[in-house]
Design a protein around this ligand. Structure first.
Ligand SMILES: *Cc1c(COP(=O)(O)O)cnc(C)c1O
Length: 357
């Protein structure tokens, strides 16, 4: 019998173990032909939004918008939450993408960069008065650095008039998002939610909606069908402006229901303890080591590993049916990445550890 193929890739990642049955249900229920103007769709939208808010601890009055991807969420946030100037914390490829999105949309930008693999000094960060929006990435998937959300929230409280947008793509539902400081948060479904790609989810509060209306009133574009006022008016009816990824939404609703049953606290604990185990294993390993040296900056969900020959390691493991992520950019030859997501089981992690031994 051939062994099950295991995916520890950070995105797209492993599918939720129940995905075949969720997909079968979707076919049986004709989800692919469900009208996005029907009552059934409206309930699906509403239930998923309520379930996600409960899971993530988000306030009830936040709005859920459905987009095509997390990268789209970055563009929509810049268009709708920032007329002229944005501020960015950049420590890898995804936070850099957020910065470049703002630049490509003609915004002035200020940036604090942190060397790859190290944390930010949020306490001493200087943010210009003119910045309207602060952009941060909870988990920089390219380098395996997870930021300190409490420190970020404390920084935001020093700038109450600015909006804070948080990329939680490769962390949520892991972690505790400080919603009293966060105005917008987004993820896509192919990382920690174990779905096929093709759906982005963005939560925004009233301050984001007001900002968007202000920009529009001042005569500046906030985008077309996916601008916040349009998304909001449809979300009021539990709908979307366009025909959305209804299948993705259905599958998400099933995974969210499963995660709600487990609860965020227990997911947090399970992933944190598994990550600690993996880092300990790497520290003792003869030829592998954690890339992130500062323990407080180490990600629980994407573990970056130093190795002398990344491609040989990836090849050897994949011959064994185990797929890891390659390193990113200039770190490609000396690094591999291991996803530690809620869809993984302890047995799978054990199979990985013994293959790495
Ligand atoms: C994967 C990822 C993205 C991009 O997600 P898409 O769904 O491909 O747009 C953005 N930010 C982070 C941190 C990611 O890991």
């Amino acid at each position: 019998m051939t062994k099950k193929e295991l995916f520890f890739t950070p995105g797209p990642g492993a599918l939720h173990p129940e995905m075949p049955s969720f997909m079968n249900d979707a076919l049986r229920l004709n989800i692919g032909s469900l009208s996005h103007r029907s009552k059934t769709f409206e309930s699906l939208f509403d239930d998923t939004s309520a379930g996600l808010k409960e899971l993530l601890g988000a306030p009830d009055d936040m709005q859920m918008f459905l987009l095509g991807s997390a990268t789209e969420a970055m563009e929509r946030i810049i268009q709708n939450c920032c007329a002229r100037r944005s501020f960015h914390f950049v420590n890898g490829a995804f936070s850099q993408r957020f910065l470049e999105t703002a630049q490509e949309l003609g915004r002035e930008t200020d940036v604090v960069k942190s060397p790859e693999g190290s944390a930010f000094d949020f306490v001493n960060a200087q943010i210009p008065t003119e910045a309207e929006l602060i952009c941060a990435t909870h988990n920089e998937t390219s380098t395996g650095v997870m930021i300190d959300l409490e420190a970020l929230a404390a920084l935001k409280k020093k700038h109450p008039k600015k909006l804070l947008a948080l990329d939680v793509v490769s962390s949520a539902p892991y972690g505790d998002i400080p919603w009293d400081a966060v105005d917008a948060a987004f993820f896509s479904v192919q990382k920690c939610f174990g779905l096929p790609a093709g759906l982005g989810v963005l939560f925004v509060n009233d301050f984001c909606l007001e900002k968007s209306s202000d920009i529009l009133r001042a005569g500046q574009s906030v985008g077309s069908y996916h601008n916040f006022p349009t998304l909001y008016s449809f979300a009021q009816k539990h709908q979307t402006p366009e025909t959305p990824n209804v299948l993705g939404l259905y599958l998400l609703s099933r995974v969210v229901a499963d995660y709600q049953k487990r609860g965020r606290k227990s997911i947090n604990e399970a992933l944190a303890s598994r990550a600690a185990q993996i880092y300990e294993f790497l520290e003792k390993h003869a030829s592998l080591a954690p890339f992130v040296k500062d323990r407080r900056a180490r990600s629980a969900t994407v573990i970056t590993v130093e190795t002398s020959d990344a491609s040989a390691l990836l090849k050897r493991l994949s011959a064994d049916g185990i797929h890891l992520g390659s390193g990113y950019g200039k770190l490609k030859d000396q690094q591999v990445r291991i996803a530690n997501f809620p869809v993984h089981s302890d047995e799978e992690i054990e199979r990985l550890s013994s293959a790495l031994s």
